[in-house]
Design a protein around this ligand. Structure first.
Ligand code: URA
Length: 432
């Protein structure tokens, strides 16, 4: 067997065998297959797709490409959460401390930004000192001691996904159902989840641009879950405009802190509540779905969720004084408003355009090895449905240079559509 034949086969839209998929995954993981060969195969998969059997084989090969965690000594039921990615998606930073403060153990491995979508690991790293690189023992110890650990894909867990994920980000192969489904589910299987709640984002700022594709992806991930004996629930959420009021790594950490103190933007609140309700239900500890929203509000109001976040940051080496006083976070040198040239109602705030502008500011990566700037980003004053007058501040751009700020202002003006209709937005599209 050799990689060139496998690339040719997929290029000709033929089905790969389990052995061929395993050959690619193990030889890319150990470096025998080069980045350019993997890029060719991934591009062929992206264009020609995969059959259900191929997707299952790819998921299992990626899950088995490294260690598979057994967390049974911590809990007999670990519930995990993952998002298919979005612009302004800081949901993990809010949901997981809430869940841990409700006594449900949280063991989560997160990723970096992909394409225009942000990544939890990049956000966590904007907290000075926060260590995303834990050993398996440290990871488990944290969960035993404080009920939560959030780390990067740094252990030897699904290393094939780590390589393929970084590669896809820089070769225009992020929005493929087989690649997203296998990427997410391989990580969840390898990191010891017993049941999984998936936030499947849908809209301009998501990989799935419409409901039909989001449903297809959801069904594929649920099928993999069923096959691997992991109960899986998909919550389809709206990603037409950025989620919440901020986009950017530090800025989103600050918004998450605000949210854990009870100040949540309406769309964030809707998504947080729906994901938490499903996770609580799957954990087996909170079977009464009708009571779950009340319990979530309780741990926010009594401060337990915020305290849990501080405990997490401190346990992973982060400087908690930044969480206690977010004014301490270093700011971008240029902070400048975007002013409205029209009056009316915001009919659109195109998350894809915002995401692209964000990558150019330095929130995300264009090349695999690019570094990012955690200070830069956007704060939105006006979102879909809001009334606006000429001269009102639509948003603030946080940039590193006047040139970057100027360019971003123009891009953000283009992302807004101001008209006469007051549009209302549905945040939760469907639960599958
Ligand atoms: N999140 C992942 O982990 N993988 C993807 O492919 C997309 C989002």
């Amino acid at each position: 067997m050799n990689i060139i034949d496998i690339i040719e086969k997929k290029k000709n839209n033929l089905e790969l065998s389990k052995e061929e998929i395993e050959f690619f995954v193990s030889n890319y993981t150990n470096g025998e297959v080069t980045d350019y060969q993997a890029a060719a195969l991934i591009m062929a998969i992206c264009i020609n797709g995969m059959t259900q059997d191929e997707i299952l084989d790819l998921t299992i090969a990626m899950a088995n490409s490294g260690d598979v965690l057994d967390l049974k000594d911590i809990s007999n039921h670990i519930v995990d959460k993952h998002s298919t990615g979005g612009v302004g998606d800081k949901i993990t930073l809010i949901v997981m401390p809430i869940i841990a403060s409700l006594g449900i153990p949280v063991a989560k491995m997160s990723g970096r930004g992909l394409g225009i979508t942000g990544g939890t690991v990049d956000k966590l790293e904007s907290i000075p000192g926060y260590n995303i690189n834990l050993s398996i023992d440290e990871f488990k110890q944290n969960i035993k001691e404080i009920g939560i650990s959030l780390m990067g894909q740094t252990l030897n867990l699904a290393p094939a996904d780590k390589k393929i994920y970084a590669l896809r980000d820089t070769i225009g192969c992020t929005n493929s159902i087989p690649l997203i489904a296998s990427s997410i589910m391989s990580k969840k299987i390898a990191s010891g989840a017993d049941s999984i709640v998936l936030d499947v984002t849908c809209g301009k700022g998501a990989f799935m641009k419409n409901k039909e594709d989001a449903k297809k992806l959801s069904k594929m991930m649920s099928l993999i879950g069923k096959w691997a004996d992991r109960e899986t629930v998909c919550v389809l959420t709206n990603m037409d405009e950025p989620l919440g009021y901020s986009v950017g790594n530090t800025l989103e950490v600050i918004e998450a802190i605000d949210a854990l103190k009870g100040n949540m933007a309406e769309d964030v609140k809707d998504v947080v509540q729906n994901l938490c309700v499903q996770m609580m239900n799957l954990s087996g500890k909170y079977p009464n779905i009708l009571e779950n929203k009340g319990k979530i509000l309780e741990v926010i109001e009594n401060g337990k969720a915020f305290e849990k976040f501080k405990e997490l940051v401190s346990k992973q080496g982060g400087d908690v004084s930044y969480i206690e006083d977010p004014n301490k976070f270093e700011k971008a040198p240029i902070i400048t408003p975007v002013l409205s040239e029209f009056e009316g109602y915001i009919e659109e705030l195109d998350a894809e355009k915002v995401g692209k502008a964000g990558v150019e500011l330095g929130i995300g990566r264009i090349h695999k090895e690019d570094s990012i700037d955690s200070r830069v980003g956007l704060i939105f004053n006006k979102k879909i449905g809001d009334e606006v007058k000429k001269g009102d501040i639509l948003a603030y751009v946080h940039a590193t240079s006047p040139e970057k700020a100027e360019k971003c202002i123009e891009q953000i003006k283009e992302a807004y559509k101001i008209g006469t209709k007051k549009i209302s937005k549905k945040n939760i599209i469907e639960i599958i």
